[in-house]
Design a protein around this ligand. Structure first.
Ligand SMILES: O=C(O)CCC(=O)C(=O)O
Length: 286
């Protein structure tokens, strides 16, 4: 379903956006499911629920309340309903990823990241690979836009061609802050492009692409379904920060029974002690 030009764009730039990748009816249904979790979050004063390793599944921003729910992350939604699981098993979302890292895909993890109206959540500049190092970097972060995503509501910002550059440390003075250093962040600000698109778009981003996003300055939500998918011959080198009963499963094609290894030296990441990496990113290096 991706044209040769789109595949080439991904290879050259490190990302590609496909507009109208999923049907309006599927989008409506996924949005209803997310909205029900926002309603549920009103009953909780802080992070709640439980993911596989016991950490909270639902993460909320500081200031979250019944009147202003600020749900910012739901870990492993595929464990909660067949509809989210189905996104990883058949249809346009997984087929688009297969055009990039196929023919065989292994599932690593998935989450919903939301910026509710007026949300102050910022995603600092980082690459996904040093959070989730694998034996090779044929790994894609696939993001389905549940809402129209604009410059004003916190579109993912991606630095073109950064997937060909070095891996940037997420450690600073002995603290895992989950973000690139300030100098790199300033360079990203001046070279990144905002990956805007209508609801139903899918952005496929290379795991080594530098990216981040700003606050939501609008009165509507900005929600992304994000799946980290790998070529089936890429095997994780560190514990999964968003573990799921489906992690490691082949979700497309078949298991090649092979492990492909690239020579690389990487720093070991740290699993967040709280619900998500937002806590790590709010720290300062000592
Ligand atoms: O929600 C976003 O804007 C991007 C999230 C992201 O980069 C991540 O969760 O790794």
């Amino acid at each position: 379903m991706l044209s040769p030009e789109q595949i080439d764009n991904y290879q050259q730039q490190g990302f590609v956006l496909l507009e109208h990748a999923v049907s309006k009816s599927l989008l409506r249904s996924l949005t209803r499911s997310f909205d029900a979790w926002v309603e549920l979050s009103r009953q909780h004063g802080g992070p709640f629920g439980k993911m596989l390793d016991g950490r909270p599944r639902f993460d909320v921003e500081p200031g979250h309340s019944f009147d202003s729910p600020a749900l910012r992350r739901i870990a492993a939604p595929e464990e909660l309903s067949a509809e989210w699981l189905g996104m990883l098993q058949q249809g346009a979302f997984i087929e688009a990823a297969a055009c990039i890292i196929g023919p065989d895909i292994r599932f690593h993890h998935a989450k919903l990241n939301s910026k509710m109206p007026g949300s102050g959540s910022v995603v600092k500049w980082h690459q996904d690979f040093p959070f989730d190092p694998h034996t090779n970097d044929d790994c894609v972060t696939a993001m389905l836009y549940l809402d129209d995503v604009s410059n004003e509501n916190g579109a993912p910002k991606i630095v073109p061609e950064s997937h060909r550059g070095s891996i940037h440390s997420l450690w600073h003075n002995g603290v895992f802050i989950g973000a690139a250093e300030d100098k790199t962040a300033r360079e990203c600000e001046s070279s990144a492009v905002e990956c805007t698109g209508p609801a139903g778009s899918v952005c496929l981003m290379h795991t080594r692409a530098l990216h981040g996003s700003t606050i939501n300055r609008t009165s509507s939500p900005r929600t992304l379904f994000i799946a980290n998918l790998t070529s089936a011959d890429a095997i994780p080198l560190s514990p999964n920060p968003v573990p799921s009963v489906y992690s490691g499963q082949i979700v497309y094609g078949k298991d090649p029974g092979k492990i492909r290894v690239q020579s690389q030296t990487l720093e070991a990441p740290e699993i967040p002690s709280g619900a998500s990496f937002f806590n790590q990113q709010s720290q300062q290096g000592m």
